[in-house]
Design a protein around this ligand. Structure first.
Ligand code: GLU
Length: 482
C-alpha cells in the first residue's frame, strides 16, 4: 500500500516553527517512501479561521519548498481539501454511526453539563458524561427534534480500551473510561476536531498520521472512531515538542516563532528546512548539513527521538550564514537590496541602474552575514557618511606614517574616475615608493582614510567599487580631522 500522509493546519495565521516541522516530517516521510503528501485545511473553527490565513499557509509552504501533491491548487481524488467543503461527508458518516447505534443524539443543555462538570470537580473525579441521552428511544428523539431542539451527537464509547500504535512512542493502551461518550457533532451541526480529523483521514486513505505529540491524548478517541466507522486506524507518529533555550515550551516569549518573521529577517528557506529537520531527527552520522534532496534520501521515522528538541536560535543563525555563503550571489543580492534601501543607504533607481555594482558590493561583504538583514551593517562602508572613529581607527590615524600615506594616495587619485583592482595595486606601490611606508601602516592607513574604520572588505575589492571622487572626499575629511 502506498504511503499517504497529510499536513492539516488550521488557518489562523502564519505557520509557526512547530507546524512547519510537522509539515516537513510529513513531506520528508512521503518523499522517502515515494508516497503522497496531502495538504488539508482544517477550517471548521469558523470563528478563528480566515481565508486570508489560508493563503498565508500556502505562501509559507511554497516559500519553504514544501510542495503538496494533493490539496488546494494541486488537485487530487480525495477532495474537497478544506474541511468546510466536507460537511456532506461528515453528515454521511454520522448518519451511519447513528444508524448502527455507535452514536446517539444528546439533548443535554449546556447548563446541565456545566452542573455535572462542577459536581465532578467538587468530588475530585473526571467529568464523564453520565449517558443520560443514550437511553432515549427513537420516538422521543424524533419528537424532540421535530419540536425544534438541536441535539449534539455523541459517540457511544463501548470499548474499555483504545490501542494507539505509535511509531515513536510504541503501542499505548488508553482506558476509554478516561473520556466516556464524547461529543462528535455540536448542536450547530459542526463536527468537532476529533471527529472531522478521523472522517477525513479515513476517507483520504491516510496511512501515517505524523503530528505534534500535543495531540497524543486525543488519539485514543481517534482509534475508536476509526474502528467504529469500519476503518483500520492509520499508524501514528507523534513527534515531540519544541522547547525554547530555557527548556520550556517554545513560544513567542523566546523570540520569533513565525515562519514569516524568519523570512522577513533574512533567513533562507534552505537553512530553515535544514535546521528544523534536526529538531528531534538526526542522521546516523555526524553530518548536519543537508539539502532537501539529501534529507528525503536519509529521513526515517526510526530516527525521530521521543524527547523534546531545543530550538537553538544561535545555531539557526550559524546555519543560515553557511547557506548565505553557499547561495548564488544574485539571489543574495536580490534579498539584501531591500534591507539596504530600507536602511536609507541607497534607492531603487540607483539599484536598477547599477545592478552589477550592487552585486559586487554584496559579494564583498556577504561572508559576514548571519541573516540577509545584516546586509546594511556591512554595506554602510560603501554608502554611508564616515562613522565616528573608534579607538582603533584613531590609533591608526595618529601614526606618523598615516598622513603622508593618505596625502600621496590622494595626489595619485587625481584625474581618475574609478580604479580597477590592478590600478589600485599599482597605486599602492607608488604610494609605498613615495613615502617609504609599507605593510600594515600603509594598508591600515589607507583603510582608515577611505573607510573611517579598521575592518571591512578587502581594499582591492572595496576601492574599485567606489567612485574616485568619493574616495577623495573621504580622505580629505579624514585628513582635516586629525
Ligand atoms: N488542525 C490540527 C492542528 O493544527 C491538526 C492536527 C492533526 O494533525 O491531526 O493542530
Amino acid at each position: 500500500m502506498s504511503v499517504r500522509v497529510r499536513f492539516a493546519p488550521s488557518p489562523t495565521g502564519h505557520l509557526h516553527v512547530g507546524n512547519v516541522r510537522t509539515a516537513l516530517f510529513n513531506y520528508l516521510f512521503a518523499g522517502s517512501k515515494g508516497g503522497t503528501f496531502v495538504l488539508r485545511i482544517e477550517d471548521t473553527d469558523l470563528e478563528r479561521s480566515t481565508a486570508a490565513s489560508e493563503q498565508l499557509i500556502y505562501e509559507d509552504l511554497k516559500w519553504l519548498g514544501l510542495k503538496w501533491d494533493e490539496g488546494e491548487g494541486a488537485g487530487g481524488e480525495y477532495g474537497p481539501y478544506l474541511q468546510t467543503g466536507r460537511f456532506q461527508l461528515y453528515n454521511e458518516a454520522t448518519a451511519k454511526l447513528l444508524k448502527e447505534r455507535k452514536a446517539y443524539y444528546c439533548f443535554c443543555t449546556k447548563e446541565e453539563l456545566d452542573a455535572e462538570r462542577e459536581k465532578a470537580l467538587k468530588e475530585n473525579r473526571l467529568q464523564i458524561y453520565n449517558g443520560k441521552c443514550r437511553r432515549l428511544n427513537d420516538e422521543e428523539v424524533e419528537r424532540r427534534i421535530n419540536n425544534g431542539e438541536n441535539p449534539a451527537v455523541r459517540f457511544h464509547s463501548s470499548k474499555p480500551y483504545a490501542l494507539v500504535r505509535d511509531l515513536i512512542h510504541g503501542d499505548i493502551t488508553f482506558p476509554s473510561n478516561a473520556f466516556g461518550d464524547f461529543i462528535i457533532v455540536r448542536p450547530d451541526g459542526v463536527p468537532v476536531y476529533n471527529y472531522a480529523v478521523v472522517v477525513d483521514d479515513a476517507l483520504m486513505k491516510i496511512t501515517h498520521v505524523i503530528r505534534g505529540d500535543d495531540h497524543l491524548p486525543n488519539t485514543p478517541k481517534h482509534t475508536l472512531l476509526f474502528e467504529a466507522l469500519g476503518y483500520e486506524p492509520p499508524l501514528f507518529a507523534h513527534i515531540p515538542m519544541i522547547l525554547g533555550p530555557d527548556r520550556s515550551k517554545l513560544s513567542k516569549r523566546h523570540g520569533n516563532t513565525s515562519i514569516e518573521q524568519f523570512r522577513a529577517q533574512g533567513y533562507l528557506p534552505e537553512a530553515m528546512i535544514n535546521f528544523m529537520a534536526l529538531l528531534s531527527w538526526s542522521d546516523t552520522g555526524e553530518q548536519e548539513i543537508f539539502s532537501m534532496e539529501k534529507l528525503i534520501e536519509r529521513f526515517s521515522l526510526d530516527r525521530v527521538s521521543s524527547s523534546a528538541a531545543v530550538f537553538d536560535f544561535e545555531k539557526l543563525k550559524w546555519m543560515n550564514g553557511l547557506y548565505i555563503r553557499a547561495a548564488g550571489i544574485d539571489e543574495i543580492t536580490a534579498l539584501a537590496v531591500p534591507f539596504i534601501i530600507a536602511a536609507g543607504q541607497t534607492d531603487s533607481d540607483f539599484v536598477k541602474n547599477n545592478a552589477g555594482l550592487m552585486s559586487d558590493i554584496v559579494a564583498s561583504v556577504r561572508d559576514n552575514f548571519e541573516t540577509v538583514s545584516d546586509a546594511p551593517r556591512y554595506t554602510a562602508v560603501y554608502f554611508s557618511p564616515l562613522p565616528e572613529f573608534d579607538d582603533e581607527t584613531k590609533e591608526i590615524l595618529a601614526l606618523s606614517t598615516t598622513r603622508p600615506v593618505l596625502e600621496s594616495f590622494l595626489k595619485r587619485l587625481d584625474g581618475k574616475d574609478r580604479l580597477s583592482a590592478d590600478e589600485y595595486k599599482e597605486l599602492m606601490k607608488e604610494v609605498q615608493k613615495d613615502t617609504g611606508v609599507k605593510g600594515k601602516p600603509l594598508y591600515m592607513g589607507v583603510r582608515a582614510g577611505v573607510t573611517g574604520r579598521t575592518k571591512g572588505p578587502e581594499l582591492d575589492r572595496f576601492v574599485p567599487l567606489m567612485p574616485a571622487e568619493k574616495l577623495r572626499e573621504r580622505i580629505e575629511q579624514v585628513l582635516s580631522s586629525v
